[in-house]
Design a binder for this molecule. Structure first.
Ligand code: NAP
Length: 202
């Protein structure tokens, strides 16, 4: 498959690029620091800002699927939702995004502790939280084949532990970025969790 990855220079994005290449896919990596992404025969790099429609268009044209591993590294911008708005407007059908366990989706059966965690995330990083809420709303309104992955706290380190998945509530409090990256690429490969927002954790 040809997979476009937004936020490819980020900590999870880089691991998704590596995993997708190792799995035999062609990857188009989008990042503001494209030069740091290295070289590979099946890797093309689009250097630029993912809120710029022309950059997104360059990246997703001809792609079978898009993974967004974008995250806010600055303040006050609707980065994830703006980029996904461009992806949707360009007619991409298969879209996987990384959101967070604090995001509420109809059908959730969160426990009070999960709700408290969501409230804290919303309060402490309202700009990033609202961006993820807007991203989900756009995807949910669209006819696309989206998957919104909801991890808890992200850790660095090597993968290996099982990935626990639930469509109702978080099952754990952390996940290693390498496992999150693998889960996202496998969801694209298998066409799984279509129009669903799985909670994932180790
Ligand atoms: N940290 C956690 O514990 C946690 C928990 C749950 C969910 N999440 C979510 O998981 C995802 C991955 O997190 P992470 O910590 O691996 O990510 P990260 O290392 O913070 O990487 C985010 C990437 O997004 C890029 N980016 C931001 N704005 C951009 C723009 N306008 N154009 C192009 N690229 C842009 C950044 O580029 P630059 O390097 O150029 O700034 C960076 O490479 C994020 O969506 C995050 O919100 C995180």
């Amino acid at each position: 498959m040809k997979i476009a990855i937004l936020g490819a220079a980020g900590r999870t994005g880089r691991l998704a690029v590596e995993y997708a290449l190792a799995s035999g896919h062609d990857v188009i990596a989008v990042g503001r620091q494209g030069a740091t992404l290295g070289k590979h025969g099946r890797l093309s790099i689009v250097q630029g800002d993912a809120t710029d429609r022309s950059i997104v268009e360059m990246a997703v044209t001809g792609a079978d699927a898009v993974l967004s591993a974008l995250g806010q590294t600055g303040k006050g911008h609707l980065i994830c939702s703006t980029a996904i708005g461009h992806v949707l407007s360009l007619g991409v059908e298969r879209i996987v995004t990384i959101s967070g366990a604090g995001l509420d989706v109809p059908g959730d059966m969160k426990r009070p502790l999960d709700r408290l965690f969501g409230f804290l995330v919303k309060t402490l990083s309202s700009s990033a939280f609202n961006d993820k809420v807007a991203e989900f709303a756009s995807l949910n309104r669209s006819a696309s084949q989206w998957t919104v992955v909801r991890p808890p706290r992200l850790l660095d380190g090597s993968s290996g532990a099982d990935i626990r998945v639930s469509l109702q509530r978080p099952l754990g409090t952390q996940i290693v970025r390498a496992d999150l990256a693998r889960f996202c690429i496998e969801a694209i490969e298998k066409g799984s969790y279509i129009r669903q927002a799985p909670f994932v954790s180790n």
